[in-house]
Design a protein around this ligand. Structure first.
Ligand SMILES: Nc1ncnc2c1ncn2[C@@H]1O[C@H](COP(=O)(O)OP(=O)(O)O)[C@@H](O)[C@H]1O
Ligand SMILES: [Mg+2]
Length: 254
């Protein structure tokens, strides 16, 4: 079977922070309807790589292509406009607002009555339920609650709902989405990732949990000391092999 044409490609990405070289000539390819996991020890360069992909950092060298076309991004809003977004472990949710208000934070729906605009809370709530429940399969007991009263997994779902509500979203990056979650909520989040994958999104999953990685990913990119130390098909690999690449077992033996 031939490999699908990648949606996003990063070529020979280098990144220096002053005297520190965080990334050396890193390549990355991710396809539609696939989960690419990115693994590696702390400091391996995972976050820097995906911050470059999401426009937060600019690379020192190298290029990024979307559907084969070179990209120029100067900010995260540039990336969002191109359909590349991220959900971070430290969720940027407003705790005192309800889930719908969080989903539409910064892009609130409005209507106007006799020329006076007002927030269309009713439609926002209906839309929030449509995305959370019908699309993501996440049922909240009530939509009339402060987001801080939700469980970690539900908060995660609200953050994901906000990202996937963008109609032209192509690439979703998730940096340690299950790090703060218990086993049940982790299972729910992994299910949600599969739903989005099946919708055809390109998903990049950074995770320390090889259990999670082996459960949901199609391919695994192993980062080590700012380089791509390996790229494997999940079904052809094993946690033992990937762990060996993370710690550089082969390199150390040589
Ligand atoms: N903003 C920054 N300023 C200086 N050095 C940084 C910055 N961000 C990351 N680094 C360095 O780049 C390297 C890779 O870090 P990072 O991408 O966060 O790794 P990971 O996400 O795999 O833990 C580390 O040596 C880290 O100290
Ligand atoms: Mg990181």
């Amino acid at each position: 079977m031939s490999e699908p044409q990648p949606v996003v490609s990063m070529r020979r990405i280098g990144k220096k922070f002053g005297g520190v070289t965080a990334l050396h000539d890193v390549d990355l390819d991710a396809s539609a309807g696939q989960v690419l996991a990115i693994v590696g020890d702390n400091g391996a360069g995972k976050s820097t790589l995906i911050k470059i992909l999401t426009g937060v950092y600019q690379p020192t060298s190298g290029s990024i292509h979307l559907d084969g076309k070179p990209l120029e991004m100067n900010s995260h809003s540039d990336a969002k406009a191109l359909g590349i977004d991220a959900v971070y472990q430290t969720l940027a949710l407003a705790d005192d607002l309800d889930p719908a208000a969080n989903m539409f934070l910064g892009s609130e729906l409005t209507r106007s009555f006799m020329g006076i605009p007002y927030l269309d809370n009713k439609t926002m709530r209906l839309e929030a339920v449509r995305v959370l429940d019908e699309r993501l399969g996440v049922k909240l007991r009530s939509m009339d609650v402060a987001t801080e009263s939700l469980s970690g997994g539900q908060r995660q779902a609200v953050a994901i709902a906000r990202a996937v509500y963008q109609p032209d979203l192509r690439v979703l990056v998730m940096d340690e989405p299950t790090a703060a979650l218990g086993p049940q909520e982790t299972a729910r989040t992994l299910k949600l990732i599969k739903v989005l994958r099946d919708e055809g999104l390109t998903i990049l999953l950074i995770s320390h949990s090889l259990d999670d990685v082996f459960e949901v990913s199609d391919q695994i990119q192993i980062m080590r000391r700012g380089r791509r130390a390996g790229l494997v098909k999940t079904e052809d690999s094993s946690p033992k092999e990937v762990l060996g690449m993370i710690v550089g077992a082969a390199e150390d033996a040589a």
